[in-house]
Design a protein around this ligand. Structure first.
Ligand code: HEC
Length: 195
C-alpha cells in the first residue's frame, strides 16, 4: 500500500515537472533559431524563414570583389540570428550554431519623389552562412537559396569559405563592414585587420 502511494506521488510529481518544464519554455514562443540550423533528410540547410526578425547589421551597396564587376549594383542586407548576436556582444566571438543571412536586393534611383541616391527594390537572392562544428569540418558552411528554394546544399569550399576565411576580420565573418560589431570585436581583441 505504501509503495503504491509513493509510486502515485512520484508519477504526480513527474507530471508536474514535465508540465512546468514545458510551461517555462513553450516551443511556440521560442524564436525559430533558438533551435539552431535545421537540415532536411539530405543534409541540406532549410531556408531560415524569419530572418527579417533577426538583428540587422548593415547593407553593402554595389560591393564588388573583382576589378570589373559585371552585375548592376545591388544592396546586400546582412542579418544575424539574435542569440548569436547577444553572445557576440558579450564575448566578441561567434558561438557554435551561429547563422547569418545575406539578402540581395536590386537598387533603383528613379521612383516617386526621389531625386538622388538609391533605394532598395526587388529581392535578388538569399544566401546563408552557418557555423556548425559537428556538421562541417571547416566549422563554417555557405548556402545559396536563390529567390525561394526551400533548402540548399553547402557550397564547395573554394566558392565561399576560402574568401571568408582569408578576408573576414572575425572568424570567417566580415565584421570590418558591420559598424556596430567592429568596436565590440576590437574591445574583446578578436578583431584581425584584414585586406
Ligand atoms: C571574394 C570574397 C567573397 C566570396 C567568394 C564570398 N563572399 Fe560572402 N561576403 C563577402 C563580403 C565582403 C561580405 C560583407 C558583405 C556586406 O557587407 O554587405 C560577405 C558577407 C557574407 C554573408 C554575411 C555574413 C558574413 O560572413 O559576414 C554571407 C551569409 C555570405 N557572405 C555568403 C556567401 C556565400 C553563400 C558565398 C558563396 C556563394 C560567398 N559569401 C562568397 C565576401 C565574399
Amino acid at each position: 500500500m505504501r509503495k503504491v502511494r509513493v509510486l502515485i506521488l512520484a508519477i504526480a510529481a513527474g507530471g508536474l515537472l514535465t508540465q512546468q518544464a514545458s510551461h517555462s519554455a513553450p516551443a511556440a514562443e521560442q524564436p525559430e533559431n533558438a533551435r539552431g540550423p535545421q537540415y532536411d533528410v539530405q543534409g541540406r540547410l532549410v531556408r531560415p524563414q524569419n530572418y527579417r526578425e533577426w538583428i540587422y547589421l548593415s547593407s553593402g551597396l554595389g560591393m564588388a570583389y573583382s576589378p570589373n564587376p559585371s552585375a548592376p549594383p545591388a544592396f546586400t542586407n546582412v542579418f544575424v540570428e539574435p542569440g548569436a548576436y547577444r553572445a557576440f556582444t558579450a564575448t566578441g566571438r561567434w558561438p557554435d550554431k551561429t547563422m547569418f543571412v545575406l539578402e540581395e536586393r536590386a537598387a533603383a534611383s528613379k521612383g516617386s519623389i526621389n531625386k538622388g541616391g538609391h533605394f532598395q527594390t526587388d529581392l535578388r537572392g538569399i544566401a546563408a552562412a552557418v557555423k556548425d562544428e559537428n556538421h562541417f569540418p571547416e566549422k563554417w558552411a555557405y548556402f545559396n537559396f536563390g529567390l525561394r528554394a526551400e533548402s540548399a546544399p553547402a557550397n564547395p569550399k573554394e566558392a565561399c569559405w576560402q574568401c571568408h576565411n582569408q578576408h573576414g576580420a572575425v572568424d570567417n565573418t566580415f565584421v570590418q563592414f558591420y559598424p556596430t560589431l567592429k568596436p565590440i570585436a576590437m574591445k574583446f581583441g578578436t578583431y584581425k585587420p584584414r585586406e
